[in-house]
Design a protein. Structure first.
Length: 172
């Protein structure tokens, strides 16, 4: 994927939003390596003339990841993927839900029935199938568990601005 200036049409991944987020993501890259994961692509901040005026991290894929590693358990909010092998769909469901977070999840499959089963079973605010971070203002967005309460966008967002009133009248 092409990493670069966010206004360049060829760019597929722009910079992180701030130096603080760069430090956070870079910290997770280090933690992943310290805990025994292996970066098979990416793994370090991009530097050099094209990257000196921003907070650029390439897409990073970690292998040899265990479920107890922080890169598998925490919300990193950076271009980091933990590749974890599995044996069957039930194992995927249990492992996907064995985290304190639940903002979004991604499922890649050719089997539509598996996609529906996983989408129903995974406790996350969004489940993207064969894509990631597709958004539309008409579709609610928000997390489960420690990933937040409430929804942005869609009718659910409008409901945040409403006050519901119940009126009870006894007639006799």
């Amino acid at each position: 994927m092409q990493v670069g200036n966010g206004i360049d049409p060829k760019t597929q991944i722009g910079p992180l939003v701030s130096e603080q987020q760069l430090e956070r993501v870079s910290g997770y890259l280090s933690i992943g390596k310290q805990e025994g994961a292996r970066a098979v692509s990416g793994g370090d901040r991009l530097t050099g003339e094209a990257y000196d005026r921003g907070y650029f991290v390439p897409p990073t894929v970690f292998a040899d990841v265990r479920d107890d590693m922080r890169i598998a358990q925490d919300e990193i909010f950076g271009p980091v993927l933990s590749a974890i092998p599995f044996d069957d769909i039930n194992e995927v469901i249990v492992r996907a839900n064995a985290t304190s977070f639940g903002l979004g999840s991604g499922v890649w499959t050719r089997d539509v029935s598996k996609a529906h089963r996983l989408a129903k079973a995974i406790r996350a605010g969004s489940v993207w199938v064969n894509c990631y971070q597709a958004m539309d203002p008409a579709v609610p967005f928000g997390g489960y568990k420690m990933s937040g309460y409430g929804r942005e966008s869609g009718l659910q967002h409008l409901e945040e601005y409403l006050n519901v009133k119940a009126v009870w009248i006894k007639t006799g």
